[in-house]
Design a protein around this ligand. Sequence first.
Ligand SMILES: *[C@@H]1O[C@H](CO)[C@@H](O)[C@H](O)[C@H]1NC(C)=O
Length: 314
Amino acid sequence: MLYANGPSALLWAISILLGFGLMALADDTPCTLHHEGKYYNLNSLKASKDYEFKTPGGHSFYLNVCRRVTTEPWSTGVPDNVDIAGLVRKDHHDFVVGLVNTTLEMRGTDLMLHLSNGSPCPGEDNLYGSSSIRFLCDASVYGAGKPVVIFQFPEDDNQACQYTVEWRTHFACPTGERGLISGLIVFLVITIMIILMLLIVSSTLYSRFVLKKRGFDQLAQFSKIHLLELTEFCMELFRSAVDNVRSSANRWARSTGDLNPASHQWSSRDEEQAMMAADPLEDDHDQELQDTTMWRNDTAGGPQGAEFMGTIRS
Ligand SMILES: *[C@@H]1O[C@H](CO)[C@@H](O)[C@H](O)[C@H]1NC(C)=O
C-alpha cells in the first residue's frame, strides 16, 4: 500500500489526471476512422432533426447518423430502451432499419456504416432489419447532402427488410485531423490552468492559516518573496513525493529480499533517507531530518543502531 501525506496525494492526483488525459487522447472517438493515413469524421452529420427521404415505394425513411432518431417510433417491435438509428414509416407500423453503430468501416473506397438488429422481418424468423449506408465523398455537395435508397430486399416496400442507402456528401471526404500534438497542447494548457488555480487557492489558504493574514491580505499575492516562498513549498511537495516513490521502491526491494545481507551497510545517504521515509509512522520531514542526524551522531557504529532505532519507533 502506498502511504501518502496530503501534499504528495495532490501530486499523485495530478499525475493520475495527466495519465487519464493522455489515454483519452489516444482513444478513438466514435464515428471517426483512420484509414491509410487519412482521417474521416461523420460527427458533423449528427442532426437534431432526422434526415427524411423516400423509399422506392414512397414511404418515409427517417435516418440519423451516430445518434438515435428524433422521430417518435411507433409499434416497431424493438425494445424501448435501444437506440434506433433509422426507421421506415410503413403502412401500419414503423420498421426499424437498424440500431446506432458508431464504428465506421472502409469498404474499397467507400465509407460504410452498418446498422443491424432492427425490427423483425415480415414473415421471417430470426431475421431483423438491417442496412448499409454508403457515404461517398463529394466535395461539390454543400450542406449534408441527401441519402438515397438504392436497393432494398425484398423489393416490395412493405416486405423490405434490408436496405442499402447511398449518401453523397462532403462530410465523407477525408479531413485533417485535430492532431495528437495540438490535442496535447490544449491538454497541457488546461492542466497548467488547473495547477495555477490550485496554486492560487493553496497560496490563499497558506496566507490565511500559516501566515495568519486576514482580509485582503490573505488573497494570493504574487510578490517576489511570496513567489519564492511558494516555490520552496512546491519543491518540498515534490521532494516528499520523490521520497514516497523511493520508499515504495525500497519496500519492494525489501520484500523481494534484494538487500545485500553481507554488508548490511547503507551505501548512500539517499538509501538511508528512503529507509526512514519507508517507516509508516514517519510523517514529518523535519522529524526525519532530525532522526537522520541523531542516527549519524549516536549510532555511526553500524546497523544495530539503526535496528535499535527502528524498534523504538515502531
Ligand atoms: C457495427 O459496425 C461494424 C463495422 O461495420 C460491424 O463490424 C459491426 O457488426 C456493427 N455492429 C452492429 C451491432 O451492427
